[in-house]
Design a protein around this ligand. Structure first.
Ligand SMILES: [Zn+2]
Length: 341
């Protein structure tokens, strides 16, 4: 046995045994007996270790490596692009190890759809008016939103106010209306101590000013700045107010230098993953012909980019981003903890 030979050689090296097959060279008989017993014990220990070693290693692996599970913190699973394929989309996400998906609403008209989709699939949802949908609501609809949120507080699958925010990129959107809805919904989040899911497009500083105006601080409920793209200073502004930043398909494009730099440099405790399905396709889907909608099942592959940028294993990426999503969305953590494993 290889192990036995090494042990003999080790003993020889420290002078307990002589050359192979020639017996002990100890000066007296008693010393030789002692050395012989010592060697036998050492052989037994060695044999036992060889036998139980693999068992110990596999037990240690079971303790320290939970199965890789991902959280997609932003996916519009109710979107028309996924109609007809929703069952397959959900099944593929499960097979890919996506444990939970956050489904944000965009207007009161889809509150019911996101709630029912979450209930049917075991995922979670948020309620809010998206900045690109403010022309479809009037100010009196705010009370509708407020009542829906108040009722949803009894629903363990309701986790945040969202998707809200500001979009100064898409032409033709009413800026004043966006600002009014943003402020009102931040107030709503404060009222119910809920985190917010923020849409951030060419609006980072105005969003930050709105949060500060509302007295948002790192002690408030925070949230997620989704699909974040901005300067390091702006990123630090959100982080200082208790936010996590969402990274997804955009990070997979080698030319997305700013997003990739942020993903590699920001504190690891502030990163969460998202797909924004069916939008923001990763590089490999953007090139596909015919174009395919993005889905939560892409998340583990998108995460490979984050892992590569940071020198992480996939397991570490899953563990840290899952912990961050749970910290950003405490009701999501409570929902997951209540589920049978
Ligand atoms: Zn969105």
């Amino acid at each position: 046995m290889v192990g036995t030979r090494y042990l003999e050689e080790a003993c020889r090296a420290i002078g307990i045994v002589g050359q192979r097959g020639t017996g002990f060279r100890a000066a007296g008989h008693r010393e030789a007996q002692f050395a012989n017993k010592f060697t036998q014990s050492a052989f037994s220990i060695c044999r036992a270790l060889i036998r139980v070693g693999p068992l110990l290693v596999s037990a240690a692996l079971n303790i320290f490596s939970e199965p890789t599970a991902w959280i997609d913190t932003h996916a519009h699973l109710d979107a028309a692009e996924l109609a007809g394929a929703r069952g397959a989309v959900l099944a593929q996400a499960r097979e890919a190890g996506v444990r939970c998906v956050v489904i944000p609403a965009v207007e009161p008209g889809n509150f019911r759809a996101v709630r029912e989709l979450a209930r049917a699939s075991g995922h979670v949802y948020a309620l809010g008016v998206h900045p690109m949908y403010v022309d479809r609501v009037v100010e009196s609809d705010f009370e509708v939103v407020r009542m829906a949120v108040r009722e949803a507080m009894n629903d363990p699958q309701f986790v945040a106010i969202g998707e809200i925010g500001l979009d100064f990129f898409v032409p033709g959107l009413d800026r004043e209306r966006q600002l009014w809805w943003y402020d009102q919904q931040l107030r709503l989040a404060r009222e119910f101590a809920l985190p917010v899911l923020l849409h951030v497009r060419k609006s980072q500083d105005t969003l930050l000013a709105g949060l500060r105006r509302q007295g948002w601080s790192q002690f408030a409920s925070g949230g997620i700045a989704h699909a974040f793209n901005g300067s390091r200073q702006q990123a630090d502004g959100f982080i200082g107010l208790g936010f996590k930043l969402g990274f997804g398909g955009a990070m997979t494009f080698p030319r997305a230098l700013n997003i990739r730099r942020l993903a590699s440099e920001l504190p690891e405790t502030n990163l969460v993953l998202e797909t924004d399905a069916p939008d923001i396709p990763p590089e490999w889907l953007a090139r596909s012909q015919p174009p395919q909608p993005n889905t939560p099942a892409q998340l583990p592959r998108i995460a490979q980019t984050l892992a590569a940028l940071r020198g992480w294993t996939a397991e570490h990426a899953a563990r840290i981003t899952t912990a961050n999503a749970r910290a950003a969305l405490p009701r999501l953590a409570a929902w997951l903890d209540a589920q049978p494993t």
